[in-house]
Design a protein around this ligand. Structure first.
Ligand SMILES: NC(=O)c1ccc[n+]([C@@H]2O[C@H](COP(=O)([O-])OP(=O)(O)OC[C@H]3O[C@@H](n4cnc5c(N)ncnc54)[C@H](O)[C@@H]3O)[C@@H](O)[C@H]2O)c1
Length: 431
């Protein structure tokens, strides 16, 4: 199929399409106007590394789509993202100046610009606000993991997910392993009892520290923290939430998406001592406890010169399942199974967008990842709160906590680095 072919799949099933005429098509690229075709209009909020790749995948997923609007807190990030996209995708990615929005309110301007679908790829702190605004405006949403950095953010995401269900709009999460074909295969086997009942699960996410950006003259505290967002708990949720949430999501999947009752944890910062490492920890170890007494365990670490590993071990009554996230190859070992994944192995990030755009066109049922995306995010936050406080923390208490991380208002001004949590001293703010 080339760009000029028009098929049923090329048309978004929305009222805007039915209404599309010469007037509605104004402002579109030349090919769309010539052919009187209404493309799917994509907006991206947070034009960094992941946002740029996700737009690319969205454009791959639908030949009849354009990048319509871009929004970022910083102009340089937006421009560099657009230049990359134009280099790869040509005029489909060229966004006119009047639809490039910069600042803390850029998200609303992108949403109001006439887009059909928004890609939400800022640091996680802003995700609940951006999801809420996009869902309220009845936009289809692709939102990167994690969904929030605190219980109040998760509660807001849960409300938005409910509203998206009522509206019938798509809400897809960036918990990409759920879109990985071999993992879908192995989890189906697990849930069908290939290794018996799941007794426990253990995941590791040991990696090197993430990037840092040295502070430049003229940067306010806020700009410096936002440009180094992974090192501040209010922006990233800490690395257990920002990065290891993938492993937590696979634990959650292994436990059939049943929430744990509580968590206990250890954690601290041994190598993160410099100012620019903000207030996050560099290691966590969490035990999640379930109502029936089962446990799931998570170890995650971001330290240099150490052994790196990203594995899940799921122990069944009659065998084990091992998923290696870096090779992507799941294994089942047990007397009653000789299952091996032998199907296709497409890029899971591309699968996400292929499925999202199929759902937008109405070629598959509407997607709503709300339940598991909120729960896996909440489990990650629960693990962090258990480590920060040094207490056994109940899932419900963490979910209903009154903590709202970050400033009350957003402005490029002074903002002190929040304190580093001290187990035994830091408290969970209960409702
Ligand atoms: N699924 C995956 O495998 C995967 C991989 C990488 C990143 N991610 C997730 O994607 C998100 C973004 O990560 P990244 O690596 O692209 O980071 P990044 O720093 O490269 O990009 C974030 C962008 O958001 C912008 N931004 C910050 N605050 C904003 C605001 N309030 N409004 C608008 N724009 C704002 C920043 O200026 C930056 O351009 C994170 O949640 C991360 O966890 C997921």
């Amino acid at each position: 199929m080339n760009e000029n072919d028009v098929t049923r799949r090329d048309f978004v099933k929305t009222a805007t399409v039915a209404a599309a005429g010469a007037t509605a098509l104004s402002g579109l690229p030349a090919w769309a106007v010539q052919e009187n075709r209404e493309p799917i209009k994509i907006g991206c909020i947070g034009c960094g590394g992941r946002g740029t790749s996700a737009v690319n995948q969205a454009l791959n997923a639908s030949e009849n789509s354009v990048i319509w609007a871009l929004g970022d807190a910083f102009e340089d990030r937006l421009t560099s993202s657009m230049n990359t996209l134009v280099g790869e995708k040509g005029d489909r990615a060229e966004v006119p100046k009047e639809r490039r929005f910069v600042g803390f309110d850029a998200y609303q301007k992108v949403i109001d610009s006439g887009v059909d679908v928004v890609i939400l790829t800022t640091p996680p702190h802003f995700r609940p606000q951006h999801i809420a605004a996009a869902v309220k405006a009845k936009k289809h949403v692709f939102c990167e993991k994690p969904m929030a950095v605190d219980g109040s953010g998760v509660r807001r995401v849960m409300e938005s997910a409910k509203l998206a269900k009522e509206n019938g709009t798509n809400l897809m999460s960036g918990f990409c392993w759920r879109y990985n074909y071999p993992l879908r295969g192995v989890y189906e086997q697990l849930h069908n009892g290939a290794i018996g009942d799941v007794r426990s699960a253990f995941s590791t996410y040991y990696s090197s520290p993430l990037w840092r950006k040295p502070r430049k003259d003229g940067w306010s505290d806020m700009e410096w923290q936002m440009r180094n967002w992974v090192h501040f708990d209010w922006l990233s949720g800490d690395h257990i939430v920002e990065q290891a949430c993938h492993s937590v999501d696979k634990l959650n999947w292994a436990m059939n998406n049943e929430p744990p009752v509580s968590a206990t944890a250890v954690g601290g910062r041994e190598m993160h001592t410099a100012l620019e490492t903000g207030n996050v920890y560099d290691h966590f170890g969490v035990v999640y406890e379930y109502a029936d007494g089962r446990r799931a365990h998570l170890h995650c670490r971001q330290m240099p010169f150490c052994y790196n590993d990203n594995n899940d071990f799921i122990v069944g009554a009659n065998g084990i399942c091992n998923v290696n996230a870096w090779t992507g190859s799941p294994d089942l070992i047990g007397p009653n199974t000789n299952w091996k994944y032998e199907g296709e192995q497409p890029n899971m990030y591309q699968v996400e967008h292929n499925e999202l755009f199929e759902a937008i066109r109405g070629d598959r049922p509407t997607i709503n990842d709300g339940d598991f995306m909120a729960q896996s995010t909440m489990m990650s936050i629960l693990g962090r709160e258990a480590a920060y406080t040094g207490q056994r923390v109940m899932f419900e208490d963490a979910l209903n906590s009154t903590t709202v991380l970050g400033p009350k208002e957003y402005a490029f001004t002074d903002y002190a680095i929040p304190e580093v949590a001290t187990p035994g001293k830091t408290k969970l703010n209960r409702a």
